[in-house]
Design a protein. Structure first.
Length: 323
């Protein structure tokens, strides 16, 4: 059984504006590397040898970094949508570049998860499923795709972003599709996999299974979540082979100048060329390259844009400055 992958990275990242005005969401730095690198490494670790990046918004920024994938132990190809085709249209478009395979893992490009991908693939094969959807439980399902399961783990209903969710089980953004099933999505059209494809698969009686895994899960689609993902990767709440080696609960890039009296903790990531002056406290934050943090500042759960100057003595809490 050969498994390939598609990574959906074409969205606008609207909820992360202005962080995403120059950089697409999946290329934002999370724990020292572009977020996409964590997902590519995860795919590679699960034994997947080929991944197609389905790009649209700022598509040109991916290839110079990831190239043909040799550095990441996986073959990488790029499917560019001239205008965004939606999640379903993006999957259909990207599948045209895949080598022969039996099934395809499809990742949302903004989910950090500790789920066992190899086990999800095995579950898909064991059930002879046509589609297997990774599910997780949340307190409030309104912002997600809400899923109802039958006793045998087949999906009964899928409702994207409903006002009154019928369960607390959600689509966690990682599917396995049998290769042939992708051809049922119409080509060269805007299609939402969540609003159109899944409901139509269920109507037509396709075997769609839910794979429930309650390990770490986070959609990095808003600034609070982005900075939390970075801090959690650095403190080890969740691990990724893509996180650069570091000691302690911070990651400070080579070439940053941090005063020895500064306290840098709770998963803070300091990018190259940053200057941090004396007696600062920086906790759970991302400091963009070239930023200058004056003496006696306190920065907590915040993101400071590259090249921003923060005046001495400022207190910045849960804020996104300088973008
Ligand atoms: N190629 C391509 N083309 N990718 C796209 C497009 C497109 O037109 N539109 C969105 N994407 C990508 C985004 O870049 C992102 O990685 C992924 O598809 C999901 O889009 P989001 O905009 O982040 O969707 P969401 O977070 O509101 O909801 C989705 O994720 C939830 C879990 O985090 C849905 O799949 C929900 O059902 C799910 O619960
Ligand atoms: Mg999202």
């Amino acid at each position: 059984m050969k498994t390939s992958a598609i990574l959906l990275v074409g969205g606008m990242g609207t909820r992360l504006m202005p962080l995403t005005s120059k950089t697409p969401k999946p290329m934002l730095q999370v724990a020292g590397v572009p977020f996409t690198e964590h997902q590519i490494r995860k795919a590679s670790q699960a034994g997947i040898s080929e991944i197609v990046l389905a790009t649209s918004y700022k598509a040109e920024l991916f290839e110079p970094y990831f190239g043909d994938g040799a550095k990441f132990g996986i073959k990488i190809k790029y499917a560019v949508e001239e205008s965004a085709l939606g999640t379903g249209g993006g999957i259909r478009n990207a599948a045209a570049l895949l080598d022969d395979c039996d099934q395809v893992v499809i990742f949302n490009g903004d989910v950090l998860s500790g789920h066992d991908l190899a086990a999800q693939i095995q579950f898909h094969i064991n059930n002879k499923a046509e589609v297997t959807m990774y599910l997780t439980k949340v307190a409030d399902a309104r912002a997600y795709g809400c899923v109802e399961l039958l006793a045998d783990n087949q999906v009964k209903s899928f409702l994207e972003k409903m006002e009154n969710p019928v369960s607390n089980l959600i689509n966690a953004g990682c599917y396995i599709f049998n290769r042939k099933v992708i051809d049922q999505i119409p080509a060269n059209q805007v299609v939402s996999v969540e609003r159109v494809t899944f409901p139509s698969f269920l109507n037509s009686g396709l075997k769609v299974y839910g794979y429930l895994d309650n390990s770490y899960w986070l959609d990095i689609g808003n600034p609070q979540a982005l900075v939390k993902a970075s801090a959690d990767l650095i403190t080890g709440v969740i691990t990724s082979v893509a996180t650069p080696k570091h000691s302690g609960d911070h990651l400070i890039a080579a070439g940053a100048q941090v005063s020895s009296s500064a306290i840098i903790n709770l998963g803070t990531f300091i990018e190259p060329k940053v200057v941090v002056e004396s007696n600062c406290q920086i906790s759970g934050s991302i400091i963009g390259s070239g930023a200058k943090i004056g003496a006696n500042c306190k920065i907590v759960n915040s993101i400071i844009a590259p090249d921003t100057q923060i005046e001495a003595g400022m207190v910045v809490i849960s804020n996104y400055l300088g973008f």
